[in-house]
Design a protein around this ligand. Structure first.
Ligand code: NAP
Length: 463
């Protein structure tokens, strides 16, 4: 195997693992953590290089993360000077967990091999297993020699923008870096583990009023939506703007709704069930379209779209809010892009960060140029934007859309649910935290926000 690394039966090193994690769980002082040996391995969720071809020829929906995701012990790498080890108390399932697990649109081992060609430290990533996960909340266990702003014992959340600060192309906006990557997707040693390796410039303070699992589900999706709808790099919402949000009770959608409301805009949330519509109303989104009920057929067949169906959506939006949307928050891609371009207001913007249903999209360009619309591409966020997005959580202006919590061993089941759109909001994963509800240090703020508001998405999960 690459670099001689291997995974080993986890029972053999359980005792070794537990000492420092037990200390973290017991709330040990930084000096105690520093004096406790780091283990050589960690429990982690990974895909295997040898499985890359396992789903060849299968339809996307039939590719099952439960066959490709494994949980076992893997070796921890040497720490680079600009990195920290964190005890991951909780993590989350993102849609990129699904992409990695079904090896679509590419196997992520290609990303790791490319990273390995860049530097001495990059070489550590090209292993025969890929530890995935692009969210984490936890405690700093060790800091590399070049880390200045963080210390052992700090409670943190982690954003997933992984950049090389020696690359000049990234010094205006690090998302423009030539070798910008997503941690735990295009790098190894991600967040679905008891211990993860993180660059110091991915760290942010943990919100004190939230549990570990509530803190762990925000950074990736919240920062993405923040850049798309708040930052000048996206399509920033101004007061009164009407914003059509696809998948409005999903991962990025549930943050998009909150950012639009906070900016004084009017979200029009699209969801596929009445249960999800109810969640949105509780979140404060007054205008909701249930696409399940409306049964839009934007595509007549695989190759032909139906403009009359785009028009029907447009009419439904006008009858709800009296106007066309200034902004459309796009990510389903092939199924919806034609409709999104059509319904956007003259001079408006379609801001897109994904293409879940297919990336070879098709729209009628006449509706774009004749009505002076703009399609804006967006991808995650830079550190400043992620920090600002994290601040919205710290200030309780945005609440975590945590809908369910799974144990690390159940990550594959959780990924299966996300793959099949059986979830709402975000699924949290308990890693080193041995139970839910831990990690709150500011009870006063939590009381002010209120359990009801913090559990909008969980109530629906229980019904
Ligand atoms: P998610 O939690 O699964 O939510 C997506 C929602 O989109 C679903 O809940 C579903 O809502 C809706 N949807 C799915 N297929 C649809 C279709 N064909 N037509 C209309 N609506 C559809 O996923 P997510 O975390 O929000 O991520 C969404 C996409 O963005 C994924 O492809 C992900 O990889 C990508 N993403 C990109 C970035 C980036 O930085 N570029 C960051 C985060 C996520 P309803 O069924 O209720 O309508």
């Amino acid at each position: 195997m690459a670099n001689g690394a291997r995974w080993v039966p986890w029972t053999s090193i359980l005792a070794q693992m537990s000492e420092i994690l037990d200390a973290v769980r017991a709330g040990a002082a930084p000096a105690v953590l520093e004096a406790t040996d780091m283990p050589l391995t960690t429990r982690a969720v990974f895909v295997r290089r040898e499985d890359q071809g396992m789903f060849a020829g299968m339809a996307t929906k039939d590719k099952d993360p439960r066959q490709s995701l494994h949980v076992d012990e893997v070796a921890l790498p040497e720490l680079a000077p600009d990195e920290v080890f964190i005890a991951v108390m909780a993590s989350s399932i993102n849609f990129n967990t699904v992409w990695t697990s079904i090896f679509e649109p590419l196997s992520t081992f290609g990303f790791l091999d490319r990273l390995a060609r860049e530097s001495y430290w990059g070489r550590r990533h090209a292993l025969d297993y890929h530890v995935i996960g692009s969210d984490a909340a936890g405690v700093v266990l060790r800091t590399g020699s070049a880390v200045r702003n963080w210390k052992i014992g700090d409670e943190v959340t982690v954003h997933c923008n992984y950049v090389d600060d020696q690359d000049p192309s990234g010094h205006d906006d690090s998302m423009l870096s030539n070798n910008q990557r997503i941690w735990g997707f295009e790098t190894n040693f991600g967040g679905l583990a008891d211990i993860a390796v993180v660059k110091a410039n991915q760290l942010m303070p943990k919100p004190t009023h939230l549990t570990w699992e509530e803190s762990a589900v925000n950074a990736l999706c919240n920062s993405t939506s923040y850049r798309m709808l708040v930052s000048r790099h996206g399509a920033p919402v101004t007061q009164g703007d009407k914003v059509l949000i696809w998948g409005a009770s999903g991962g990025i959608g549930s943050f998009a709704v909150q950012h639009v409301l906070n900016s004084g805009g009017i979200p029009i949330g699209v969801v596929s069930s009445e249960n999800k519509a109810e969640t949105l109303r509780e979140l404060g989104c007054e205008f909701v379209i249930n696409r399940g009920e409306k049964d839009y057929r934007f595509w007549k067949d695989e190759h032909t779209q139906d403009e009359s169906e785009w028009r029907r959506l447009g009419k439904d939006i006008r009858s709800l809010v009296g106007d066309d949307p200034d902004i459309v928050f796009e990510h389903p891609g092939r199924s919806t892009m034609g409709a999104s371009v059509f319904v956007t207001k003259r001079g408006g913007t379609i801001v897109t960060c994904a293409a879940t249903s297919g990336y070879m999209i098709e729209y009628d360009n006449r509706h774009l140029w004749m009505k002076l619309k703009t399609i804006k591409g967006s991808h995650f966020s830079n550190y400043r934007e992620a920090w600002a997005a994290n601040q919205t959580i710290i200030d309780a202006k945005v609440v975590p859309p945590l809908s369910a919590v799974f144990a690390l061993e159940q990550s594959a089941e959780a990924a299966y649910e996300v793959h099949h759109n059986q979830h709402e909001g975000k699924i949290g994963i308990l890693c080193a935290a041995d139970r839910e509800g831990l990690g709150i240090t500011n009870h006063e703020l939590r009381d002010r926000v209120g359990e009801r508001r913090l559990s909008v998405f969980r109530r629906h999960d229980k019904e």
